[in-house]
Design a protein around this ligand. Structure first.
Ligand SMILES: [Zn+2]
Length: 454
């Protein structure tokens, strides 16, 4: 099957140009600037931007685990509708701790996902010795916690070092949640003793010191072990500066940030309570501090990629209990590309930078590029058509995640995804998700899957 997407502005990290994208058998066959013969199907992309499909490297689709909160049918419908063609997933409620668990989960997900997917494994104390088999079976990364959160045990210094060494031995990346357990525990005891249950306890409980102390430890141990470590959801410029410093001294440290740290203020938790409970929490106290984060995204060296950290609950689930007991996390898959595209249309971030941070780099870092996250001959024909003149309002009706709500409700976002292609097939078009559950394929070192020759 031949498809040609004609006359759009093709965007890559290196630049943008008006060109035709030729697709054959699900892959990009060529990108040309002059007419080059017939195609079975032609799509007019005049006036549209043609971007590589987005790769969201940090999502939690809760199935298996907690399918009342989210599942693959809903979560990957949200993905397709915003141009995400690959998700890298891990769920704390059903952690992957051994190779047989990874195989079982992959089968479960392959029947449900509408987009391509890779699966992460968890570092629990008992899974550290299983790195070679988990990695050999195709885990795309290992997730480690420095503090017990979402039921995942925090690893102490010795266990972290052992985990980093095991990952370094096979070349696997480690995604690390950095909050120091004893700092967080001490704050919790104090706040509980004071009888606090208000929204504003969150930034005191999950405080900056806790994030900084854990990040310092993780970077130091990564340096000792020679491990490739990604500091997950870096929340403010101080953390990014620590990553830059570590990198200058030779540590293989990478940084991830998320839209919530570029758009939400620390003070919002006062009014919204559980609906702003995520950790690390929003740190910015002023619009100027949000701008500082955008600057870091545009010109800094420590933001290697952007992810949504999609960790949804329904509004009702969020409002059960109180600030101490409700789930952490925000829905984000529905809105991450919208926030980034809006920023690009407004001139805050170049489109070339956007596709670097939300397509090319996450794919490359997790071993999926250039097959994923790139518009080059031979790559999978995963692409997004964006109308820079369009706009949309974030409202519950626009949310396809099971969460059904968004912290960005009421915002008007400029730019609009009009179509998403997965391996040359439309998965979103005319405001409708047309990709079916089971249409997505596993990717990431998976044995015996055709075309895993990355
Ligand atoms: Zn997460």
């Amino acid at each position: 099957m031949d498809l040609r997407i004609e006359g759009g502005t093709v965007v890559s990290p290196q630049g943008s140009r008006r060109a035709d994208v030729h697709i054959r058998d699900g892959r990009i066959a060529a990108i040309t600037t002059s007419d080059s013969g017939e195609a079975e199907r032609r799509v007019d992309a005049d006036g549209l931007l043609v971007l590589p499909g987005f790769v969201d490297a940090h999502v939690h689709l809760m199935d298996p685990g907690d399918p009342e909160r989210e599942d693959w049918e809903h979560g990957t419908a949200a993905a397709a509708a915003i141009g995400v063609t690959t998700v890298l997933e891990h769920t704390h409620g059903a952690p992957v701790l051994a190779a047989d668990g990874l195989v079982a989960k992959r089968e479960h997900v392959a029947a449900r996902s509408r987009v391509d997917f890779g699966l992460g494994a968890h570092f629990f104390p008992e899974s550290i010795d299983r790195v070679p088999t988990l990695w050999g079976e195709g885990a795309v990364f290992f997730k480690a916690f420095t503090c017990t959160t979402h039921g995942v045990p925090g690893l102490g210094e010795e266990e972290l070092l052992r985990a980093f060494r095991a990952a370094a031995a096979v070349g696997a990346p480690v995604l690390v949640h950095c909050e120091d357990e004893s700092t967080v525990d001490a704050a919790e005891q104090r706040l509980r003793a004071e009888g606090r249950a208000d929204g504003e306890l969150l930034p005191e409980w999950r405080n900056r010191t806790a994030e900084r102390v854990a990040t310092e430890r993780v970077l130091r141990l990564a340096g000792v072990a020679g491990a490739r470590v990604v500091v997950a959801h870096a929340s403010h410029p101080e953390i990014l500066a620590m990553i830059e410093d570590a990198r200058r001294s030779g540590t293989r440290a990478l940084g991830e940030t998320c839209p919530q740290y570029l758009t939400l203020l620390e003070s919002e938790v006062r009014e919204h309570g559980p609906l702003r409970k995520f950790t690390p929490p929003a740190r910015a106290r002023t619009d100027a501090e949000l701008e500082e984060m955008w600057d870091a995204v545009c010109t800094g060296t420590a933001v290697d990629y952007i992810s949504s950290d999609h960790a949804p609950s329904t509004r009702a689930q969020k409002m059960e209990g109180d600030m101490w007991t409700c789930h952490f996390g925000l829905p984000g898959l529905d809105t991450t590309s919208g926030i980034l595209i809006d920023a690009a249309v407004r001139g805050t971030i170049p489109f070339e930078r956007l596709v670097k941070l939300y397509s090319e780099q996450p794919a490359r870092i997790y071993g999926l590029g250039p097959r994923k996250g790139s518009l080059s001959p031979g790559s999978d024909a995963d692409l997004v058509l964006v109308d820079p003149g369009g706009s949309w309002e974030v409202e519950p009706a626009a949310i396809r995640s099971k969460a059904g709500w968004s912290p960005y409700e009421g915002r008007m976002l400029k730019g609009r995804v009009v179509a998403t292609y997965l391996r040359g097939r439309e998965v979103f078009a005319n405001d409708e998700v047309v990709g079916e559950p089971g249409g997505g394929r596993p990717i990431g070192g998976v044995p015996n899957v055709p075309g895993q020759d990355i």
